[in-house]
Unconditional design. Structure first.
Length: 318
């Protein structure tokens, strides 16, 4: 009686709910292990500081080989629509990694200037580009993870994928690896001898932080540990830091798994009923439930959220 005398029932209820959720998450974390698979968007053959495209590609593939991981490569056709691009994709295909569709022109589907008919042409054009590879798989990932800003566009795209026996190439862990890559690349262009250790630390810390957020949210939503799909890019940070990232996941008691294993998780068969549609599948399911508004931001991930934080991180280590 003394403990609750200064609390009204709504406050007490909120406290009890918080204690329950905290205890639940701690229990799940203790008795089960988080799982993560790796996928890579936007392979390209542009040169970057430090590494040629061939060296960049080789480094990523060697890291996956070293860790005995099979990944999924989401191909955006206009970036690889030449002999070099064909060679790049072939090297992934030869290593038994899945080759999937990420559109041909990487257009923003939420734009009112990009219609469903435009989307359909773009989708099929890229399908034609990748369908000849032996590890071609019918997964489609929307550029920018934007799946339609109206019900008509969203539903039309879903019907198109169903007609061609495609499944969504969902992401469960979204992050801003591309932004770390931009900061690193800009630094190396200005100073080729710059120390890159701070960018490795930033890259790993950021991705682990976002992974823990989406893992906790997924556990709240499903009551279990899902098999996560992490979105990375075919860029310099992946070439330089992927092995360190994998080791960091393992050191935090995550299990790294092949993407073919992760795609079997039932969560990737969901179709969240939200508009605008997209973001991480975990974000979208949380949004559709209307119970997690205080935990969500829109868009789910963006450089605007990280700009100040990243700058402070880098400046503190110089």
């Amino acid at each position: 009686m003394l403990l609750t005398s200064n609390l009204n029932w709504p406050d007490l209820r909120k406290s009890l709910i918080f204690i329950f959720i905290f205890t639940f998450l701690c229990t799940v974390r203790i008795y089960s292990q988080s799982n993560v698979a790796f996928t890579f968007d936007d392979p390209h053959t542009k040169e970057t500081p430090m590494l040629s495209w061939q060296e960049r590609n080789k480094a990523i593939l060697q890291t996956l080989d070293k860790n005995q991981l099979q990944a999924t490569l989401f191909v955006c056709g206009h970036r690889v629509n030449d002999a070099n691009g064909h060679q790049l994709i072939s090297e992934w295909n030869d290593k038994k990694h899945a080759i999937a569709n990420h559109s041909f022109d990487h257009r923003y589907y939420h734009s009112n200037k990009f219609s469903y008919e435009d989307f359909k042409k773009d989708f099929l054009k890229n399908d034609s580009l990748i369908s000849g590879f032996t590890n071609y798989t019918k997964l489609f990932r929307f550029p920018y993870l934007k799946e339609g800003n109206t019900f008509d566009k969203r539903n039309s795209a879903r019907a198109l994928m169903k007609h061609y026996y495609y499944k969504p190439g969902y992401v469960s862990i979204d992050a801003s690896d591309w932004y770390v890559d931009k900061l690193l690349t800009d630094t190396l262009i200005e100073n080729p001898s710059a120390d890159i250790k701070v960018y490795k630390e930033l890259y790993i810390n950021h991705i682990l932080e976002r992974a823990n957020f989406y893992d906790s949210l997924a556990t709240l939503l499903t009551g279990r540990k899902i098999k996560h799909i992490l979105l990375l890019h075919h860029n310099l940070t992946s070439a330089l830091f992927l092995n360190d990232l994998i080791l960091a996941f393992k050191n935090k008691n995550w299990k790294t798994i092949s993407s073919s294993d992760a795609w079997e998780d039932a969560i990737y068969n969901e179709f969240p009923d939200i508009v605008p549609a997209g973001e991480s599948i975990i974000w979208a399911l949380a949004k559709s439930s209307a119970e997690y508004e205080t935990m969500l931001r829109y868009p789910g991930e963006d450089s605007a959220y990280e700009e100040v934080k990243f700058k402070e991180f880098i400046d503190a280590r110089r």
